[in-house]
Structure formats: C-alpha cells, structure tokens
Write a protein of this length. Structure first.
Length: 454
C-alpha cells in the first residue's frame, strides 16, 4: 500500500454518518429546555401508569429489593430507595458543585450581587413554610413544612428558556441564582430536620473521610477517580449508616472538589499557541496525524495544557450534568410522581397536607419572592438586574412555585405513611402545574405589552 492509499484510508471525514445521526440528539441535550420537558414527560408517564390497569406493577416494581454484599456487610433496599438515597446523591453532588461555583465566581460571589437572589430565596422558603404550618400546626403532619419551600431548577429554568428573547437575560441569571440559593436552603433543612436516629460513630467516620479528602485537595490531587472512590466508597457509605440522609454526603463532597487551575490563563495561551504552531509546521498534504510523531506530540501538549486549564469542578459538573438531567432526574420522577388517585381526587385535594403544600407553592412562593425582593431593593441592600422590571420579578416568583424534584424528595423524607405521602404528591404536582402556567401567562402578557409600546 503506497502513502496516498494509506492517507485515503486513514483520513477522517469532516461530517461522518454517525455525526449526522447523533446531531439531533446532541442538540436536544444541549437545549436548556430539554431536561424540563423530559421531567414533565416522566411525571406524566408515572401518573398514567399508577392509575392504569397496570398500577400494581408500578408499585411492585419500585418496591423490588436489591441487595449488595461486601464481606459480612449487606445492604438491602428497594429500587425506590436506591434511586432516592443513591442516585439522588449524585444529583445533590452536582447541586453542590453549582453552589460552590456560584459562591466562588458566580452571582453569589459578591454580597451586592448575591443579596437579591438570596433574600428572594429566603422569602420563597419562609412564607410557603408558614402557609403550610397554618394548615397543619399542632398536628403530626406539621413535619412536612419543608415540602413547599423548594424550587425545581430544571423545570423553572426550562420554562423560562422556552420564552426565549421575550424575557431579559438578567432574569434568567436571577432565577438560576435564586434556585441555587433555594437548593442550599433545602439541603440545610434536610440535614437539620429530616434525619433519623443518628449513629455518631458512622458520622465521625464520614467526617474523618471528608477531612482526608480536604487534605487531598490541599495537596493538589486533581483526579476525579480518587475523589469518586473516597466519595462513594467512603463518605456516602458512612452517611448511609449514620442516620443523616446520604444525599448530604454528595453536597459535602462537592465542597471538597478542587476549583483552581493548574496553569494561569497567560501560560495556557502561550503553550497552546506553541503546540498549534508545531502542529501546523509538521503538516503537509501527505502527512497524517497517526504517521507524524511531531503532530502527535503537539496534540499531546495541547491536551495537557487544556487539562491543566480546566478545574476538576468544571470537568465534573459538565461531565455529570447530562447524566443527572437526562437519566437520574427523569428516573426519580418516574419512581416518585406516580400516585394512585382511585377516584379520591376530591378527598386528596381537600386534605390539610395537600392544601398546605399547594397553596404554599402557589401563593407562598409568589408573595415571599416578590415581597423580599422589593424589601431588598427598597432598603438599598440590592438592585434589580439590568433590563429586569418588577413585573418580571413577579412572573418569576410564580415560576419559583414549581417545586417538583426537591419537593417530592422532601415529601418522601417527611412522611412514611402512604395516605399523607399521596396527599403531598398531589399537592406538589398541582401546585407546580398552576405555578408554571400562571408564571408563563404573566411573563408573556408583560412582554407583549412592552412590544406593543415599542
């Protein structure tokens, strides 16, 4: 085989068939609204399935036990628990990465920038909790006060991105920051108020492992594999047996992930340019990368420089985000959103738990977010983002009432009995649906008025 034939066989087409095949799927995954749409679809499937003639199969599926044996240690849990305690720890890990990124370099890094979303999130947690307690104070069901506090970041942001240019970019940043601050509040509530009997020995073991991981960070260890081994094999396992919900381990591990570059930006540019220059100098019409040592070395240098420029936090957040958005959260919705109505919709809707959650999400969120935002600006603690008006804030305060993922998660921690859990699920689904619809209507009407005035 001559050199020309080898070049033809080894050449890589700019647009091979597999790329054309995968292109629509990549576009879907990269779209901001996709995860929200997938969550809606999973929730609808769960509701239909749970109320179909095959509803018993739905219940039995998630109650199926899966056991793991390691030596003399055995962990036996239902599929539902493995999803809620295991896979959701990965979701909380990504939430923790987002919180750390925002605290270090995002909207929550500056006190002035952070004041508005933080205070808005505080209002959006306090008022719904008070509304819920107004219906259930002094009753055992009062333990569910944390359910209407949550805002689902995937749902709410997905719907906001559906509106496209009809809403200013600053409003999207505000809602994202509010939802992340809300997640932080939910994590604290879970850690403090939604835990079972605590095994202090297991908790101490988890704390020691976390301290060891922190030391690895200080020593400059950057391998995600190392953090994964200690996170899953150590910290998560310790929290699983401690009584503190193991998803908290995901957030704490995220705080230990390095967030610094190994190379400064100027040095990265210089090394990349030098590598690209060597690659270009070694290029000629008959040269193939696999046959050129110089070009391979140049690409290797470029890869090292890129690896040093990306922080482990960025790599993990970007790498795990698709898995969380398109597998873990839809699976969680499918396993948790199914509630058997059995012709008792009126009874479920009239329950104190349902009313407290539903009205907390519908009215508590909009009042809390709007009122606390207004107070923050009025008192000079914060200012509205550029291009954002008060009607924008009011519209987003409705979208903040989409609790879904986190609300369903807390509901599972708050209630053990099926009747109260069913009420909680109906309240979350109904409240989230109304909040989403009204929020879209408010924002669309305001944008149309502005367009007509223009």
């Amino acid at each position: 085989m001559n050199e020309a034939d080898l070049e033809r066989r080894l050449s890589i087409h700019e647009d091979p068939p597999i790329e054309r095949l995968l292109s629509p799927f990549r576009s879907f995954i990269q779209a901001e609204v996709s995860s929200g749409l997938l969550l809606i679809g999973a929730a609808l499937v769960a509701l239909i399935w749970a109320n179909s003639p095959w509803g018993d199969i739905y219940t039995e599926l998630w109650e199926t036990l899966i056991s793991i044996h390691i030596g003399n240690i055995e962990v036996s849990e239902s599929i539902l628990h493995w999803i809620n305690d295991g896979l959701m720890a990965i979701f909380f890990f990504v939430v923790g990465l987002e919180i750390k990124r925002e605290l270090l370099a995002g909207e929550l890094a500056s006190p002035r920038l952070a004041a508005l979303p933080l205070l808005a999130a505080a209002g959006g947690m306090i008022v719904p909790a008070l509304i819920y307690l107004g219906f259930n104070l002094g009753r055992p069901e009062a333990h569910g006060w944390g359910i209407p506090m949550a805002t689902d970041i995937a749902f709410s942001l997905g719907i906001l991105y559906l509106l496209g240019n009809r809403v200013p970019g600053g409003l999207k940043i505000f809602l994202a920051s509010l939802a992340i601050a809300d997640d932080l509040g939910a994590v604290i509530a879970i850690a403090l108020f939604y835990t079972s009997d605590i095994s202090y020995l297991s908790l101490l073991a988890g704390a020691v492992l976390l301290a060891f991981v922190a030391v690895l960070n200080l020593l400059g260890v950057r391998s995600p594999l190392v953090y994964g081994i200690f996170g899953i094999g150590g910290v998560w396992s310790a929290f699983l047996f401690s009584g503190v919900h193991p998803t908290i381990a995901g957030v704490l591990m995220a705080m230990m992930i390095p967030a610094s570059m190994r190379i400064n930006p100027r040095r990265f540019v210089d090394r990349s340019r030098a590598a690209l220059a060597r690659f270009e100098e070694a290029s000629h019409p008959m040269a193939h990368t696999l046959m050129s040592t110089t070009r391979q070395n140049a690409l290797y240098e470029l890869d090292i420089a890129t690896d040093h420029a990306l922080t482990p936090l960025q790599r993990l957040e970007k790498g795990l985000h698709p898995w969380v958005s398109f597998l873990i959260l839809p699976l969680f919705a499918l396993a948790n959103a199914g509630v058997s109505l059995d012709g008792s919709v009126g009874t479920l809707l009239a329950g104190r738990v349902t009313l407290g959650i539903m009205l907390g999400l519908i009215f508590g969120k909009q009042v809390g977010v709007s009122l606390f935002s207004w107070l923050a600006v009025r008192l000079g603690l914060a200012q509205l983002p550029s291009g954002v008006g008060w009607r924008h804030i009011y519209g987003v305060s409705w979208l903040a009432g989409i609790g879904f993922t986190m609300s369903l998660f807390i509901a599972g921690l708050a209630f053990d009995d099926a009747s109260h859990l069913a009420m909680a699920k109906v309240g979350v689904l109904a409240g989230s649906a109304v909040s989403a619809i009204v929020g879209v209507i408010v924002l669309l009407r305001y944008s149309r008025r502005r367009e007509s005035r223009s």
